[in-house]
Design a protein around this ligand. Sequence first.
Ligand code: SF4
Length: 433
Amino acid sequence: MGGVTLGKLCFGKDTMQFGIQLCLSRAGLEANAVTEQTASGCDILLVSMFWYRDIYALELFLRKAGIRKGTGKPYILVGGMQATMTPEIISRMVDGVFVGDADDSLGEMVEEIATTGQCAHPNVYHEGDESVPDPCVCKPSAFAVLTNEKRGVVRVEIARGCKYKCAFCALGHLKPYQEVPFSELLPVIHKARGRRCSLFAPERTRHSEWLEIKAALKVAGCHDIGQDARLEHLMEVDGATVTFGLEGFSARLRKSIGKPFSDDMVMKRLGEFVETRKNIARVSVYFIGNLPGETEKDWAAVWNLFERISAAEWSRRLVLCPVLNPLSPKKFTRLVDAHVDLFADYGTRWSRLLRRDGGQWGFRVVETLVWGPLERTMDAIVQRGGAAGYDVVRRLPDKILKGKPPLSERATVARKILATCESAGITQQQLEG
Ligand code: SF4
């Protein structure tokens, strides 16, 4: 494959590069990170797409770089989580979309493209193909990437898929659960000696050799910066910072999506975590709004949970960051066809809860923004618009692709985008389900 110039493109943080680096390493290849100025200079451009925003970012990038699919200069090949979820819309923008894990396939694809200018790999979807291939499944391997974020972090994937199958989460449904054995991780941990490490997986504390992994990290003097855990396993996290997903506002909603956590259990686990930390505990908790069946009673339940936390003595040592994401139904999950209301005002309601309706909770609250109609509409076009979704994306002005208009204008912009959807044959009802 001498003489072939490979370019690579990822959007967002350093950590998003892990997948593409893994595939390149397995194939024994190297690629140069491209900019809008240099992208046209490569023969094959590899793009990794992680979430819906990357579709808008790629459209802007292609416009600015002056490159188009079908020209071969470069051949544009996309992979990653979003590519696997929505290959139809992405295939309108690029030459090929790899569906699933590309760890074991990149080498042969690059060779074929370099030789023939085409890619007929069975897991690659092209615009107009009759059917979407099933996602390719690869075994995870002990591979480490040193990212540049905050003084450098060694990132290692320790498992793929998830033993739990929460109803809304594609990670649990997309691929079978597979672990990298501890024996293969050990040399990587030795090599990372003394460094900050992130050993990640959808639910990493459920790795069957997690205790051995933790012990090896300690011996090697590595600092495990991982902060995610399910509620049942909060105590597995070292340090005073943790992130977990409660999702449903009430125990009833939580049970319905596969997280059967009662309020008593939340109080017990959270209290235990806060009380055993040397420092003030910083806890991020994720909630999902617009779950099927959500009613006023569920809002009352989450309010009551906040009251209980506030009344607990230990919550004086707690900084809580409750994050609300309205539901984004995903392919491969039980909630794929769930109804959503793109214009429901979750932001105002959530803010009232976090501010105790003008009062104050007994613990410190960190507020984050809630997706409003614009983010939800743009997400729904990608998740539910199919190939026609691109007829909307390509008509959006650069300033919408680039960023977000002021908060006060976003609902109006969302309505305008919906009008464009209608002219592209996508109805609001189709997007809302
Ligand atoms: S939400 Fe977490 S525990 Fe549930 S399936 Fe997804 S990764 Fe696993």
